[in-house]
Design a protein around this ligand. Structure first.
Ligand SMILES: [Mg+2]
Length: 363
């Protein structure tokens, strides 16, 4: 992947400099804006902004930006940023860090560098002057280009068109995963999260070694880990059920279920390794383990297995739902085909368990 890397797209605040003081100052001015808008005092506005961000973060499922919270409270970004531009003064708060300047200069010899910020043009220009990186970026995208704050798919689509690159040819660098990196990652860009200056200074080495990973891959790896946990729990449950039952048919069914889930687990761990090291999906043609037919027309399991079958149905339903979600998140056709095979096998499990359970109920 990394041999195709052509450009780095940096966030500004909290990414190219680290200053809690300036962050607090920006938050304070936003509260002044909201206080004027709502006719309340600044302390109440601080509280209102905090609550609003929390509520929005919960409802949208990812971190809500200050911009989004101001919009939600009936503000408009033009007025908010006019206030930022006139009131926020980074002089005396920020200083130039030669390590950052040198690091960016070195990256600039290897890649095109761009800046993409939710900040406005006047304030971000002043910040870039102070920290010594002004003029290092080929293109600077600020909130004023679109008045649509990050994360925004349309703005990103325009950004890729503007710099003339595919998402996969870019690496996004930012300090807030949900706001700066999640969406570019989903669109195919590589991503790098910066929490402290060392993360920023590591970029030269990381890009040389090709250690960056696409955000989409990272997300998928986490999802596969979760699927592996589910398979492991399911395997454990069926193994215990197999040991517990005194009924031969029950033993056979639980044994088959356990073996198939074990196979799923192994396939998923193979997939995990492959995605992690080569970013490739693996093929899964389906389980090779067959359920032996019941001997001598003996059907069904014991009433003692009733509870185990009920739990089993719940487990299989959960697995089906989880693989369904994974398929929705997966763009890769090979990945979809593999996950669909796994999903269909869990469906077949559910069908057979429900059949046995039905026979038991009929007596
Ligand atoms: Mg930032």
């Amino acid at each position: 992947m990394t041999d195709t890397l052509k450009a780095l797209v940096f966030d500004l605040d909290g990414t190219l400099y680290f200053s809690e003081e300036l962050g607090r100052e920006i938050g304070r001015i936003a509260a002044v804006y909201i206080a004027r808008l709502k006719g309340i005092d600044t302390a109440a506005a601080v509280e209102l902004l905090r609550e609003t961000r929390q509520r929005l973060t919960r409802s949208q499922g990812f971190e809500a930006s200050l911009s989004i919270a101001c919009l939600d409270l009936g503000g408009n970004l033009e007025d908010l940023h006019a206030l930022f531009a006139s009131e926020v003064n980074p002089d005396g708060i920020l200083q130039r860090d030669e390590r950052v300047v040198a690091s960016l200069a070195a990256l600039g010899r290897r890649f095109a560098l761009h800046l993409y910020t939710n900040n406005n043009r006047a304030l971000s220009s002043r910040i870039m002057e102070i920290i010594g990186v002004a003029g290092m970026f080929d293109q600077v995208f600020t909130i004023e280009d679109s008045w649509r704050p990050k994360p925004d798919r349309q703005v990103l689509t325009e950004l890729f068109a503007g710099i003339g690159l595919e998402p996969g040819e870019t690496l996004f660098v930012g300090d807030r995963y949900d706001i700066d990196l999640l969406l570019p990652g989903q669109m195919g860009a590589q991503v790098h999260l910066v929490g402290r200056i060392e993360d920023l200074l590591a970029l030269n080495e990381i890009t040389e070694r090709g250690q960056t990973m696409s955000g989409a891959t990272k997300e998928m790896l986490d999802a596969i880990l979760r699927a592996m946990e589910i398979e492991k729990e399911t395997f454990d449950f069926y193994t215990r059920a197999e040991q517990k039952t005194f009924n031969a048919a029950g033993k056979r069914i639980f044994h088959w279920l356990a073996k198939t889930e074990e196979e799923h687990y192994l396939k998923l761990s193979e997939l995990y390794a492959s995605l992690e090291h080569r970013e490739r999906w693996v093929f899964y043609g389906g389980s090779t383990i067959e359920l032996e037919p019941d001997a001598g027309g003996h059907v069904g399991v014991d009433t003692g297995d009733r509870e185990a079958l009920e739990v089993a149905m719940e487990i299989e339903k959960k697995g089906i739902a989880y693989f369904g979600q994974l398929i929705e998140k997966t763009a890769d056709p090979e990945g979809r085909s593999m996950l669909t095979t796994l999903l269909n096998e869990e469906r077949e499990h559910l069908r057979i368990i429900a059949e046995k359970y039905g026979a038991l109920a009929k007596g």
